[in-house]
Write a protein that binds this ligand. Structure first.
Ligand SMILES: Cc1cc2nc3c(=O)[nH]c(=O)nc-3n(C[C@H](O)[C@H](O)[C@H](O)COP(=O)(O)OP(=O)(O)OC[C@H]3O[C@@H](n4cnc5c(N)ncnc54)[C@H](O)[C@@H]3O)c2cc1C
Length: 392
């Protein structure tokens, strides 16, 4: 295994101050209070919970009120040197250094890449194509929330988890949202068809509109204000603003330029080790054993394992069943997707106020599930039935 930690006065350097970077820093400090810890982030490096960005409008939250701890507060809590506004531009895995945006060269004992992912941008023509918002961090949220002043309608590109959550959240501001997707149903990658329809009907009853099986091809400023979206079925849609939530692309450019192995994300083994000694990757940027899982529970598992490894006890990551809660209060939803490539079938039962979907193997083993409406109360019991993906 490349890069097991040894003793040295060089720092453990973490690049990125999102949930993954801070989870590693916290877990590491629980085990080692002495080794210098340096966290470099190109952003403000304040601590916030990214999942709250898609249900913050309901609580009248501002970007400032979502910020839970400043970089200075985090630095003193973690006994770490935290440098905000410090992009890392290059890694030399032979010399074991990183170079910051202003040319400073910093040597590391171990380097943890917690770089996150970029929102994918839809290919759009039109004079308002650059007015499309993506909300992937606190600054994006601040700009989006400002732009909503006076808005009555928003078009959301993408009917996945984030698109559906924002659609529900906008209702709390009295803003009508229309969710568009090339797929013919919401959450098509997480839910079986019957459960998608169940979700869609509840969101529609709450006031969300859907335009499914279509793509936006161009966006132009409309006479009289707002924008006009031209759709692939030849129709058009007017909205005061547009939010894109069509997916994420792991940030791999820095790793690729340093010669690290990269596939969809920065590739690692189960110990979170990249292809270079003493370089590790966690969170949305990482592809662990072929799996890029851009959710909070996986990154918590990764951080705990990596912290132990960095403290000398080689620990492969364990993946128990990791349910994701979809923050759509109009239709509470918990999803525990089956492992990619799992062979089995969905069995769905629904009533007026609950929908239960089980993904079962031929021998009856529950490999994944979706619970909607009042059925979400069964989440803990069902999670306990689902076998772990990786277990130590
Ligand atoms: C709106 C929204 C809602 C979500 N809701 C849920 C949910 O309900 N449940 C769930 O499980 N997951 C949810 N997720 C996903 C979850 O939030 C992410 O998986 C998680 O926050 C990713 O954390 P991260 O630290 O890997 O990445 P990020 O938070 O993106 O952090 C990356 C960090 O790296 C820094 N960085 C990048 N490049 C450089 C560089 N070259 N030099 C220095 N710094 C750099 C960035 O500035 C940033 O600080 C949601 C995501 C979004 C966008």
């Amino acid at each position: 295994m490349p890069g097991t930690a040894g003793s040295s006065t060089l720092p453990v350097v973490v690049v990125g101050s999102g949930l993954a970077g801070y989870a590693v820093a916290r877990d590491f400090r629980k085990l080692d209070s002495d080794t210098p810890l340096l966290l470099l982030s190109r952003d403000h490096a304040g601590f916030y919970s990214k999942p709250m960005l898609s249900n913050a409008l309901a609580g009248q939250k501002t970007a400032a009120s979502l910020l839970m701890k400043s970089a200075d507060k985090m630095a003193s809590e973690l006994k770490a040197d935290i440098r905000a506004g410090e992009p890392v531009g290059a890694i030399d895995t032979t010399a074991r250094t990183v170079t910051t945006g202003d040319g400073e060269v910093i040597a590391y004992r171990d380097l943890v890449l917690a770089l996150g992912a970029d929102p994918m941008r839809p290919p759009l023509a039109g004079d308002a194509a650059d007015a499309v918002f993506c909300v992937n961090d606190l600054d994006d949220y601040a700009q989006f929330a400002d732009a909503l002043e006076g808005a009555k309608s928003v078009a959301i590109l993408g009917a996945g988890l984030i698109g559906c959550e924002f659609a529900n959240d906008l209702l709390h501001r009295g803003i009508a949202s229309t969710v568009l997707d090339v797929a013919d149903r919401p959450l098509s990658r997480l839910l079986p068809a019957e459960a998608s329809v169940w979700l869609r009907e509840r969101l529609e009853s709450a006031g969300v509109s859907f335009r499914l099986g279509v793509a936006a091809s161009r966006i132009d400023r409309a006479d009289g204000g707002g924008v006009r979206l031209a759709l692939s079925d030849g129709s058009a849609l007017h909205a005061d603003g547009v939010l894109s939530a069509i997916g994420l692309q792991p940030r791999t450019a820095l790793a690729r330029a340093a010669g690290l192995a990269v596939a969809r994300g920065i590739t690692t083994d189960r110990a979170l080790a990249t292809s270079a000694p003493h370089v590790w990757a966690v969170g949305d940027c990482a592809e662990v054993m072929g799996l890029n899982l851009p959710y909070v529970m996986p990154l918590m598992q990764q951080s705990r394992a990596l912290a132990a490894t960095l403290c000398g006890s080689l620990t492969p990551v364990a993946y128990p069943a990791m349910p994701v809660l979809v923050k759509t209060p109009a239709c509470p939803t918990a999803v525990c997707p089956p492992p990619p490539g799992a062979v089995g079938e969905w069995q769905v039962m629904s009533s007026a106020d609950a929908c239960e979907a089980r993904f079962v193997r031929a021998d009856g083993t529950l490999l994944g599930f979706a619970l909607l409406g009042t059925a979400t109360s069964k989440k803990q019991a069902w999670v306990a039935e689902v076998p772990a993906w990786f277990v130590n």
